[in-house]
Design a binder for this molecule. Structure first.
Ligand code: AMP
Length: 238
């Protein structure tokens, strides 16, 4: 079965009951992984595990991990695998992950992918991962990244070009002043793309060869892209 953009909004009320299991959202910075993960959370009632969000929260709280990660993140470089894997391991022990979870921004290197594969292989009851790789063209990525603004209170994501708030600079819901991530500036974006091409593109190939992999066009309305992802995951789980 496949879903149109309007159907996906009432998806959780419909009669489709796949157990989503672990879902990886892969793709370049700015492709829409975070936005789509939030749609899938609504649809399947499973958590989004964004390693970028978790790391930003460590930086904000000034933990040891946050201190180790902050400078690297500011420069658009990756945080060492051992630190990120450990953080993910802890998050995956939470009971809300039992029916599945959406990993957003992880794995980002081949050692992270091998670590995750080994971890899941050691759990005989765990469903295998399905990997969805999102794509949009490079010019779109730049607009999405440099135009992105977040509400610091509710974490809603806006884009000053593509999805602006009703009042420029302020969250529609909270009224809070919107913020731009330091690493969303164009010069840092270039470094993030370099890290993506060198270290994360091989992860996409790794999951492509494992099967249970789909490439999804990330261009278009949020609900339309979500519908494509749902259709792909359903097919991979059937
Ligand atoms: P994101 O919010 O996913 O774009 O991540 C922001 C930054 O956090 C990245 O540019 C990296 O510095 C760091 N980061 C997030 N996830 C990972 C990961 N899986 N491995 C290494 N560094 C990561």
């Amino acid at each position: 079965m496949s879903f149109s953009a309007t159907q996906v909004e009432s998806y959780s009320d419909t009669a489709v009951h796949i157990v989503p299991g672990p879902i990886l959202l892969l793709g370049a910075p700015g492709v829409g992984k975070g936005t789509q993960a939030k749609e899938l959370v609504k649809i399947w009632s499973i958590p989004q595990i964004s390693t970028g969000d978790l790391l930003r929260s460590h930086v904000a709280q000034g933990t040891e991990l946050g201190k180790a990660a902050g400078a690297l993140m500011q420069q658009g470089e990756l945080v060492p695998d051992s630190l990120v894997n450990e953080m993910v391991a802890r998050r995956l022990q939470e009971p809300d992950t039992a029916r599945g979870y959406i990993l957003d921004g992880f794995p980002r290197t081949l050692p992270q992918a091998h670590w995750l594969d080994a971890r899941l292989a050691a759990q005989p009851d765990a469903l295998p991962v399905v990997a969805v790789s999102l794509h949009v063209d490079y010019n779109q990525l730049i607009r999405r990244i440099t135009g992105r603004r977040n509400c610091p209170v509710c974490q809603r994501i806006y884009n000053i070009y593509l999805n602006p708030p009703r009042t420029a600079g302020f969250c529609d819901v909270e009224g809070a002043a919107l913020a731009q991530r330091a690493d969303d500036r164009e010069e840092v974006f270039a470094e993030r793309m370099r890290a993506y091409n060198a270290q994360t593109a091989p992860v996409v190939e790794h999951y492509r060869t494992q099967g249970r992999f789909a490439e999804v066009d990330g261009d278009g309305a949020i609900a339309a892209v979500a519908a494509r992802i749902v259709t792909a995951v359903e097919r991979l789980r059937s």
